[in-house]
Design a protein around this ligand. Sequence first.
Ligand code: A3P
Length: 289
Amino acid sequence: MARLDVTELFHGISFPGHLHTQDSLQRALEFQFEDTDILIVSYPKSGTTWMQEIVTLVSSRGDPHLSNTIPNWTRAPWLEHYYSAEVLEASSLAPRVITTHLPHHLLGPALQGSKAKVIYVSRNPKDVAVSFYHFHKVAHFLPEFGSFTEFLHRFLEGTLHFGSWFDHVKGWASPAAAVSNRLHVTYEEMSLDLLGAIKRVSSFLQCPLVEEELNNCGRHCSFNSMKKNKMVNYTSVPEEVMDHSKGSFMRKGKIGDWKNTFTEEQSQYLEDILSSKMEDCPLEFVWEE
Ligand code: A3P
């Protein structure tokens, strides 16, 4: 099947062209946030969909009706996608939940002075790279790479669609990042202590849950439950956009799967780059379960 090989180059970063346009990207930068908005921010493959599900379920106090009936891209649309303005206008969901993969140096100015609640989701870069590599095979709007070595080179160089993972994480998660109302949640934290992560989100959103509601959220946000849910597993997307014969969106859902793909040298090389690029952003990463 032919790739949807269109690219939007925007402020030096390339984005897949089937959902991003120059207009939609520019509109995102000029977006008027409301103080009640909830903004989920992540580099791709860091647990974005998982957080969309958590936020939906926390807001509905564990009731799965919305997450079972409305696709994630409608209940938490990507700010930079061309359809988002229309979806947000038509939506009666309150507060608005918005998602973005834009880096802080592009979106930060639009958030300045806003009290919107920003939830930043990050994941260790080795698992991000492996998950993203597989996603490039499934998603026809992303170029296919011959080998993981070639892909990793582009990931570390920061020349894949959506730009540099390092810049993204530094921009949004470093202690010095100018984001006023931010909660940083990691994929690994959700994986190791899902209920604890949900509690942090519910307290940040000022939406306290009783034990039964919390347990219901946890149940519906589990990997197995989300893998079966057509509203989040992307199986309803047409085959020319995502080819599910090449793999699943809800692929493995594990910490440490990178070990099945990285060689020792690649792992060391990434760590060397990590220590030099993240010198001014001392984050701790969890590499295995
Ligand atoms: P894998 O490819 O490693 O399985 P994003 O939503 O940012 O694109 O991230 C997708 C990744 O998050 C995929 O990782 C997917 O399986 C994982 N994921 C989504 N929901 C999950 C859940 N409930 N539990 C564990 N992993 C989940």
